[in-house]
Design a protein around this ligand. Sequence first.
Ligand SMILES: *[C@@H]1O[C@H](CO)[C@@H](O)[C@H](O)[C@H]1NC(C)=O
Ligand SMILES: [Ca+2]
Length: 219
Amino acid sequence: MQKLVVGALLLSVFSGCVSESDMRGKAFLFPQESATAYVSLIPQVKKPLQNFTLCLKAFSDLTRSYSLFSYNTRTQDNEVLLFVNKVGEYSLYVGNKIVTFKVPPKPYDPAHICVSWESASGIVEFWMDDKPVGRKGLRKGYTVGAEAKIILGQEQDSFGGRFDARQSFVGEIWDVSLWDHVVPLKEMHDWYYSGNLINWQNLIYKENGYVVTKTKLWV
Ligand SMILES: *[C@@H]1O[C@H](CO)[C@@H](O)[C@H](O)[C@H]1NC(C)=O
Ligand SMILES: [Ca+2]
């Protein structure tokens, strides 16, 4: 399995499109609305997930809905999807089922979001700016599929495609991490970049369309 992943990675590196870098201090900018600009993230390990924790920081002044993190498998749309319905209203999908959390709107600050999901209980725990927002449940007993396309900037309606400009992200995203377990979010600041599936310190990714990497504006 590991060998296959490394092999696939090497193939893509040789074909000149995959980057691997320490992104600390940097952000991806999505400067324009489009259905073509996105970043594919390649996980360090591909495995089915019974638990996960996803953290990211983002700034956008969009008031329409948009995707922050879109993880699709061949057989399941919205396998994992972090989606903003409108300012202050966030949804997490697991296996195409949805829970929604409301936070007081603060449209001109970056959002620092962490969300975890545990299959055994189905519990989703949602944190905003280092404070807990709440816990709700979905997809108890479910397993998230391993072979995924993981995309920032666009919302997938198929495996790696079917984007809609009206759900695209316009703004900046940084410090994206994904773990294969439930991280105690109270202690998150201690090990923020250490995602064992997606690690901002050692990010393997591919940019498509109009995406710009810049020094981040916010901490
Ligand atoms: C998922 O987390 C639960 C604890 O909540 C643990 O018992 C279980 O072993 C974990 N599953 C995997 C595959 O790590
Ligand atoms: Ca979708």
